[in-house]
Design a protein around this ligand. Sequence first.
Ligand code: AMP
Ligand code: MN
Ligand code: MN
Length: 347
Amino acid sequence: MSEQHRIESVEVTRERVLQRIRDDSRFVLAAHESPDGDALGSLVAMQGLLTALGKDSQMFIAAEDLPLPYEYRFFTLDGLIQAPPPDIAQRTVVFLDCGNIDRNSAIVLQQGRHLLNIDHHHDNTRFGTLDHVVPDASCTAEIVWDLMHGLGVAPTAEVAQALYVGLITDTGRFMYENTGPRAHEMAAELIGAGVDVQAVYRRLYEEMPPAKIALLALALGQMQRFDSGELTLAALSAEDFHEAGAQDSYSEGIIDHLRAVQGTKVAALVRELCGGERSGQRKVSLRSTDDDVDVSQIAREQGGGGHRRAAGFTTTLEVAPLIEFLRGALAEQLHATSNGPATATVA
Ligand code: AMP
Ligand code: MN
Ligand code: MN
């Protein structure tokens, strides 16, 4: 059996990753599609780390994921490539924040000399030749930060900022359950290394295009609650995006409002994807409010995945059957002894 099927301890895989980085000289870095703050922050920070070590490193982001959502455009993407390099077979490919290989569209990246899979999703499919999966890490950026220590590299202000973006986006600004002492220690060190907290906050959470607020208003205006409010859901159609003048990525953050509604066990945001190949598909984001429901389990039933309290999947199901699926899956976890979803619906 190939080495990736042997699950080793995090201490062992950490050492092996450090050794691989020391030994190899050419790298390509990649993250999951529609990259979020953790994917991009980890990518930019790893690029800075490898460059500091004098390595030849390139960052791959697929053309369809560019330009980046407006809130991430401040990242300087030195070494960006939009197509896998011709010498891929001689390069070590580092996948960051990528729970399964299908979440990166560039199949050719799998031809890398070594595949380092660095991630914090507990359901990571361990597709690498070397898997360094740390489910206890609040974000993938935290793992990159740890590797940086292991390699004796001090973060520049730019690398510190990238790591900080990964940290605050994946911990919901230190409010999600994955926030522990380590997340705050990491923040303290990064702020000490030059992160301008207020400037990052303004870029990520303010300076919003008015169309983003218009989309939020449409979502909240059509919020639905099911099963005594245990499921709170909004479904945005391609037409809603058009009406608001919004891009796909403007839906970021809406789900936090749904989750905040009293009585909610699971919040779901369904959005119809508009762009070319993806049209006709819906992306579903799920959040649970406590440990009673593992939304990654629900997402995996539809070919997706994620964390216990934050997960997602893409589907071709229409909205009505999708809602029935979600109600059924939720009822199964919450009311294991009952025969299906409760019937009461709250407006
Ligand atoms: P999102 O709702 O897109 O913010 O994603 C929430 C979490 O679920 C993140 O950790 C994602 O990595 C994960 N996730 C979202 N969509 C998928 C998918 N199609 N497959 C696997 N994991 C996913
Ligand atoms: Mn991510
Ligand atoms: Mn992450």
